[in-house]
Ligand binder design. Structure first.
Ligand code: IMP
Length: 435
């Protein structure tokens, strides 16, 4: 079982960092394959909290190969800051490798992200404003600047000039910003290159070596299936593919290298940014769940929108990712609710009903959830460590989810701590040997 992909099965923020961190115990390598520092992972380990945006969570396990793959967009300022912060806390970062082919987020990408959102006004996507979209756009336009370019001053400068040329008009409002000065930008990025050089590598070969010798590689996704640029709620999506298939592209492996795909979902739903969210709830109930679940963005601090668990969307996510297992996180947050709702169908305008995820934007914008009501439980779950410790109603809730989606549950989260999990039979082969 050497290749295992971990992806978000909702709109991101499902708790993938914690799951990857747990799987990393048994893995030899952890590879990030898409996204950038729009992602944010909070990991609680041995009472210490870690917030990572770019570096794979495997870094907290000494000696594991940690890879930032070619599919990731790298803001070198954030990466160097993150490395410094880890070093300050005495984390050994020597096993990090950054793909020489990963694309760089440049100062003008941040400006364009801000400007693009401002221009959209009420129609804005609610991006994290980290320059992710403009960076991927340059990649597709073949105007991108890659990590390897940091090591060659002449090429770096040439490529910055070429990339800036078609953006002149949109960057006009920032013309006086010193960050846009060609010489200053080149010099700043050369310094980043100097600092990152020991980590830059042909990561694809490193991953191949691991897989070919039967070692376990965890491919760590960012964001979630419904933010996928092809399969999500376009245009309210991110600019990469957070689905499992993208692990192949963003890490440089083939589909046959993937043996398992674990999809992570919260026991309820959240979304940050704009766009359709058919099971959204508001008012005091949303407020209460937001507080209990600490539902504020790791990256932007924005309050997350709250909703019931959407099984129509989850079944769709299971299919487009070929999920082999589901990890259900934050089950403890639902304790104390008398009745729980799960969405099993959408209702559209004029009474239309959908038991699949509608492809049409207008339909999706008008879709509201139809629910099955399930009994809640009052017990605190934070000390549960096996399925038998769970109250019957919690077990029934999970059974309903797994059966509806048609994917077994491998792991259940009952609190923020790494030890606050329940490994089921379907996940036991990946349970850490030492917790
Ligand atoms: P971008 O990825 O910054 O371009 O933002 C596009 C959309 O994806 C916005 O709705 C963001 O809120 C959302 N998004 C991006 N990254 C994450 C994440 O890691 N978690 C949750 N939402 C995200």
């Amino acid at each position: 079982m050497p290749g295992i992909v971990v992806v978000g099965a909702q709109w991101g923020d499902e708790g993938k960092g914690k799951i990857t961190d747990l799987l990393a115990e048994r893995a030899d390598a952890v590879v990030r394959f898409q996204g950038g520092n729009n992602a944010g992972h909070t990991i609680v380990r041995n009472g210490k909290t870690w917030k990572l945006h770019l570096i794979p969570s495997g870094i907290l396990h000494p000696g594991k190969l940690c890879v930032i793959g070619n599919g990731v967009v790298v803001d070198p300022r954030i990466l160097t800051d993150e490395l410094e912060a880890l070093k300050r806390r005495r984390v050994d970062t020597s096993s990090l490798r950054i793909s020489a082919n990963a694309h760089l987020i440049m100062p003008y990408h941040l400006m364009l992200d801000h400007a693009g959102e401002a221009k959209l006004g009420k129609l804005q996507i609610g991006t994290t404003r980290r320059g992710i979209g403009p960076c991927y756009a340059d990649k597709a336009a073949r105007l991108g600047i890659r990590v390897q370019d940091l090591l060659d001053e002449k090429i770096l400068k040439q490529k910055i000039v070429a990339a800036l040329e078609p953006k002149r008009l949109s960057l006009r409002p920032f013309a006086k910003d010193p960050a846009l000065d060609l010489q200053a930008m080149t010099e700043e990025y050369l310094v980043f290159g100097h600092r990152l050089e020991p980590y830059i590598a042909d990561t694809i070969r490193l991953v191949h070596d691991c897989l070919d010798s039967g070692r376990v590689v965890v491919f760590e996704g960012a964001q979630g299936a419904l933010l996928d640029i092809d399969h999500g709620t376009y245009p309210f999506v991110t600019s990469s593919n957070p689905v499992a298939g993208a692990a192949c592209i963003g890490a440089g492996v083939g589909p046959k290298d993937i043996d398992e795909v674990w999809g992570v979902t919260k026991a309820y739903g959240t979304r940050v940014g704009a766009g359709p969210f058919p099971t959204e709830v508001d008012g005091a109930f949303a407020e209460m769940l937001r507080e209990r679940g600490g539902e504020y963005g790791t990256t932007t601090g924005r309050p997350r929108r709250i909703g019931w668990l959407d099984l129509v969307a989850l079944r769709y996510a299971a299919r487009i990712n070929s999920l082999t297992a589901l990890c259900v996180t934050k089950l403890d947050v639902l304790s104390g609710l008398e009745r729980l709702q799960v969405c099993t169908r959408y209702r559209g305008t004029e009474g239309a009903e959908f038991d699949y995820f509608p492809y049409h934007q207008t339909v999706l914008h008008h879709a509201t959830g139809e629910y099955v009501e399930l009994p809640g439980w009052s017990e605190d779950l934070s000390e549960c460590r096996s399925e038998s410790d769970l109250p019957d109603a919690a077990r029934d809730y999970l059974k309903f989810v797994a059966e509806f989606v048609g994917v077994p549950i491998s792991l259940i989260g009952v609190g923020p701590g790494g030890e606050q999990v329940i490994w089921t039979e379907a996940g036991a082969h990946m349970a850490p040997t030492v917790v």
